[in-house]
Each structure stands twice: as C-alpha cells, then as structure tokens.
Design a binder for this molecule. Structure first.
Ligand code: 2P0
Length: 332
C-alpha cells in the first residue's frame, strides 16, 4: 500500500548527550515494555554525545543502520522496534536509513545506548513528521533503552518507574537545569572496547540470582527522595554521600549475582580511593561507576583541575575526558 505520505522522503538529524545516573537504574519491572523496577536520577552531559540522522526512504525493504561508519545489522532489531513505535503513531510503514555516530567509545559503560536512543527518537520523530511532547518522547526512548528516557532532557533529570501496566507513567522529567548547578564530570577511562556483559544481561542476572536485589529495590524510594532534595538544595555534600552509597549498593547487588558481575578493574578501584581521598581533604568531588570499568568523578568547576591531576596519576587510567552538564536531545 502506498500513500502520498509514504512517498515523501524526510531527513532529520538530532544530537543527544550521554547521561550518568547518580541514583541508578538497575532492574526491570516489565521487560517487554522496558519499564524499570526503580526510578533513577541522572545528569546529562554536553561533551559526550550521539549524532543521528534518520532518512525515511520509500522502497527500502527494511531499516538500515550505520553506527560509527560501520553497518550494524546485529543492532538493527532494537532500532527497528523503536522506529516501529514512531511509525505506528505516524500511521506509515516506510523504512528508514539510520546513521549514528558517538563521539566516545560505544558499549564501554559510557551510556551510548542512552544518547543513542534519545537521538534516534528525536530525529525519527521529526523524520516521520510527528510532534511529540517531551514526555511522549521520553516514553518512546525508554522502550529503546531505559536510560535513554533521561537523555531526552538536559541537566539533572529524574526517571519515574511508574506503576501503570502499559508503562504510560514511566518517563523522565527535568529536575534542575544545568545552568542552575553547573557541575562538571571527569571520566577516567580504564579500559577500551565493548564490555563483556551488557546491562540488560546484568540486570536480569542480578534480579534472578542476587540475594541483595530485593534490598536494592526496596532502598530506592528513600534514595530518590534524598537525591531530589539534595539537587533542589544544591547540597553537594549530601549528593556526594548519597550518590556513592547508591552506586556501591547497585554494584553490591551485581557482585552478589551468580555468576558474579564484576564490572570494575584494579584501576577503577584505585580511582574510587583517589576520589575519596580528595573529598576527605576538602575537595568537592564524588564518584559514580556504571556497568563498566570507567569511573566518573563529579565535581564543582573550580576543582576540575585537581580532580584531573589526581585521576591522571592513577596507574591504569588510559585517558580522561571532561564534560560540563548539557542540554537534552535537540534537532540540529
Ligand atoms: C543507569 N545503567 O542508571 C544504570 C546504571 C547502567 C548502570 O541504565 O536494558 O542500557 O537498555 O534499558 O539503559 C544501563 O542500562 O538498559 C543503565 P536497557 P540501559 O544509568
């Protein structure tokens, strides 16, 4: 079936920043709708981003994906499923060419799926001629990747797990603009290449085999409340204590899975100690670590140089990258 809408070729480009959670998402309530088991709070970065072009292409038999200049047929099913949500809303069936580029390592625990799906949804929405509300965008992005729901927005962001069976109340929304609390992030890269165990497998394994998983889920509402109020009050010390606690609690649940999920290497642990030493010495900095060996140090702008110097001195740190907080997903 061909309609005049389907013959109309549309191209759109979007950029979305990576985000890191300070109160983590780990575990799913509904795998099919990709509804998280817990809410989360994150910061969106400006220096690590994905740029994605979606070109609606009549006559194409199936979607095509180029990631960092290489065809990625293995990732196509997830991309097509996300585009299907947009196609259904636009009442079209046309396939699309998707070209996506990360300006940072893909799949290494640096949140490439977050920026990737946020950019895909923002560009895809425009390419298919849709106008979604930010909340609708976040809901579509969530179904691509849970953390992507947060990269729709800039600055400090809270993701609500929601309770509705259809996932309609499982979306992110902004908590505080980056300009209102311009923190910075220094990322210590301690390994390159894609991680061995992806987040999806790690979450399932933690939920099904870790004796600490139930405690992790039960502890999240109070952590979210503490994180929310620390951010609203711009209380660095409170946010630092909470974010490190929440990160280590997520990793404790993962470490206790069977087989265990050990995302850290030796340099990750040395970086953790370096950050804690700095803070004990009065430097406003705290760490967070996701499902990979990179350590992210969050600091006040005036402390960036001392944090960079301390992390650069840790044996096993391969490179550092620094970012301010940034905007949400935008067309360009
Ligand atoms: C987070 N992570 O809150 C947590 C902390 C990793 C550790 O969100 O299965 O790639 O695509 O919904 O979003 C990584 O999980 O997982 C993640 P899916 P996603 O940032």
């Amino acid at each position: 079936m061909t309609t005049s809408k389907q013959e109309h070729r549309e191209v759109a480009r979007a950029r979305a920043g990576a985000n890191f959670a300070l109160v983590k998402y780990w575990g799913k309530a509904d795998a099919r709708l990709n509804v998280p088991a817990v809410g989360s709070i994150s910061i969106t970065l400006d220096a690590l981003f994905t740029e994605t072009t979606v070109e609606v292409t009549p006559g194409l038999a199936r979607d095509e994906l180029m990631l960092n200049g290489t065809r990625r047929d293995e990732d196509l099913a997830k991309i097509s499923a996300c585009l299907d949500l947009l196609r259904r809303r636009a009442a079209v069936d046309t396939r699309a060419r998707v070209a996506s580029r990360n300006n940072f390592p893909t799949g290494a625990g640096l949140a490439s799926s977050a920026s990737g799906f946020a950019a895909l949804v923002r560009a895809g929405e425009a390419a298919f001629g849709l106008t979604l509300s930010p909340r609708e965008r976040s809901i579509v992005a969530r179904q691509g990747s849970g953390s992507a729901a947060r990269s729709i927005f800039g600055g400090f962001v809270e993701m609500h797990a929601g309770t509705a069976a259809d996932g309609s109340d499982s979306f992110a929304e902004p908590l505080l603009a980056s300009a209102d609390w311009p923190l910075e992030v220094v990322i210590a890269v301690t390994a390159k290449g894609e991680k061995e165990i992806g987040s999806r497998t790690g979450m399932t394994r933690s939920a099904t085999s870790s004796p600490y998983y139930a405690a992790w889920v039960a502890g999240q509402p109070p952590d979210l409340a503490t994180g929310r109020s620390a951010i609203r009050a711009r209380d660095f010390a409170a946010l630092a204590e909470l974010a490190e606690h929440n990160c280590l609690k997520m990793h404790a649940a993962a470490l206790a899975a069977r087989p265990p999920l050990v995302y850290w290497n030796g340099a990750t642990v040395e970086c953790l100690h370096a950050v804690r030493r700095l803070r004990a010495g009065g430097v406003p900095v705290f760490f967070t670590i996701d499902a990979g060996p990179q350590l992210k140090a969050v600091c006040e702008p005036g402390s960036r140089a001392v944090v960079e110097a301390a992390l650069r001195a840790v044996p096993g740190v391969l490179e550092l990258s620094t970012s301010a907080l940034g905007p949400g997903a935008e067309l360009y």
